[in-house]
Design a protein around this ligand. Sequence first.
Ligand code: CUA
Length: 323
Amino acid sequence: MLLAGCGGRQDTLDPHSHQAGDIANLFWVMMAVSFGGLALVTGLLVFAWVRRRRRGIGGDTEGPHPGERTGWFVVVGMGVVFPLTVIVALFIVSDWAIVNITQAPAASSTAMTVEAVGHEWYWSFKYPGTKAVTADELHIPVDTRVNLVATTADVIHSFWVPELNRKIDTIPGQQNRILLYANQTGVYRGQCAEYCGLQHAHMGMLVFAQPEAEFRKWLKREAAPAAAPTTALERRGERLFLDGACSSCHAIRGTSAKGYVGPDLTHLGSRTTLAGLTIPNTPSYLARWITAPQHFKPGNQMPDLNLPPAQVGALVAYLESLK
Ligand code: CUA
């Protein structure tokens, strides 16, 4: 069970940026010094036990004990000076690392800005300068300094992608920034790292680090309004969405749906997951999500609308067509 906590998809010890590398190195330095200290104390304990004197009741009364000569060294040297030196050295090392990691990037030193907004319980990502808005799945170009601005729509959350950088809290009425950088293409999993209510644990996110050209293509499509439905079933789904309760909470750009309680669904069909990474984005899971949203994420704001299966089918067909 302990080993299960090591590695996996949110591995602070598998850094993919300079900042995450500093954090991992700091961990290893702390670990090495701690284990060194533990070994030293254990060694001294064993040494003392091996060299112990067997004395009768009443103790030894003949002259000074040989141990008293080294008493000052043991108490003052090993008990005060040595630990103080080690702890001060560790403090300096960690402070140096924290200063390095914490410095928010100068906006001029980054190639682009992304805004991450925490919601109970999902993430929305905006790309200032474009109309692109997405949820839970953030795309960035690889080997590019991205200025991530974190804020919240409700309570305090914390944006954390362990392989890329430290945590950054989202505070109401405030904007916090970190540098988001990935030195390798891939998908990095992140997680809300500040307890924010019932579904805090189900507030995951994915960061897709893509080659520049691929990212530009994605951003262009993401910024565009939703495609019009093409089949009769999709058209029926669109009508149900726009005339029913869905559009009062969700937005689909290019339609009359402008809700902002739930995630923007303009390109829902192109995402790989649903509901803060709780379930994969497949037609069958989407149908189950619409039918029983409180089953997968109890306490979330999406109500069970008691829709008949035929209506759910049409909604799923329409939403999955929004690539
Ligand atoms: Cu949002 Cu924890």
